[in-house]
Design a protein around this ligand. Sequence first.
Ligand code: ATP
Ligand code: MG
Length: 439
Amino acid sequence: MRLSRSFLPTLKENPAEAQITSHRLMLRAGLIRQTSAGIYAWLPAGLKVLRNIANIVRAEQDAIGAQEMLMPTLQSSELWKRSGRYDAYGPEMLRIRDRHERDLLYGPTNEEMVTDLFGQVVKSYRELPQVLYHVQWKFRDEVRPRFGVMRGREFYMKDAYSFDVDYDAAVDSYRRMMLAYLRTFQRLGVKAIPMVADTGPIGGELSHEFLVLAPTGESGVFFDGAFEEQDWLSEAVDISDRESLAKFFARMTSFYAATDEKHDEAQWAKVPPERRREGRGIEVGHIFHFGRKYTESMDISVSGPDGAPLYPEMGSYGIGVSRLVAAIIEASHDEQGIIWPQSVAPFAAVIINLKNGDAQCDEICERLYAAAPEHLLYDDRGERAGVKFADADLMGHPWQVIVGPRGAKAGIVEVKNRASGERSEMPVDAVLAHIGVGA
Ligand code: ATP
Ligand code: MG
């Protein structure tokens, strides 16, 4: 993208309405604009980040055999009356009436709809397990939307749903999903710690929230510091083997980690004092086993081995894709701006032309840019160098390729790594390989 012609409105000043760093930086770096309370438009660079995150989420869902589909945002109230949640959900649900006086709602989640679709298609226990997911906008009429996309009213979520023949198989699905989540967050460049979460009225042990540590997080967190020191994914897991999944799960849950809601002082006291970590965290994912709650209440069964109706065991698994954009920034920024992990960055690099109109500078910039225009941002604006450097740091591109008249004469450019601040000079021909772009 050429910056001179792009819809990428950076701001020098901190917007008054933004209370936390990620919100400020998302507005200043031109990623989003608010259109009404808790509802945001994603501008071109923001949309690239959102898509990069969603695609990593998809790849790891696919890797455990989950199947992507796409369910609509609008749902019929009838579905929710069948599960009993239409009345139970309360004012967070946005209710809409169509011209025929039919009650619709903008989906806050999709358990009812996916269970109904499952029931229409799957007729025998032999077709289990099934894991279905989609990445779709949700609406929850939050009382206090705040912190930008961190707690919006309309937000983008990956939600997956598993259907299994019995409890043990459902636990396998749950464990596979935990593995997929850890792999996802690792690829996104954030450390998300699974913590025991409330299972609500259903009870049981099987609910975990994934929290990214950040001082601005809304949840208080308590965890054993030994957690942070291990590479949990270094040991291979065979996702088709129950024993292997059980071992993985035992490893993941062998250390104390809980949000304030589930914090247990007696267990906490057993953690050696020097390893006790307290802080704040952002909930970026939540996995949940709830058994037959929806299949029974909605009367969705398949035929079991003995021919009798069998009500599948279910779980649901969310990742806050739009919230993650903000969470990644909370975890990865400095005074100057965002520091994007390479995997989610809107552009791999910015090419900074220090002297627009200089034949050699222009030629080198154009040549580099032409190699991969979809992955590069070319700052071809007629702005001062200082403005270009400040914007590059603010937008957080992993690499800056700086092309000035002196080096250009000798075919040399400077490359700066945003995360480490390291700078090096190199021949133009070496740049793309160095920053990992192009052939
Ligand atoms: P919270 O406790 O933050 O209100 P939740 O527990 O109600 O979230 P879930 O139903 O578990 O949310 O939704 C799955 C994921 O969707 C959450 O882990 C979170 O990352 C994201 N999410 C939920 N509500 C919002 C929101 N209002 N804005 C942005 N992301 C959200
Ligand atoms: Mg939750």
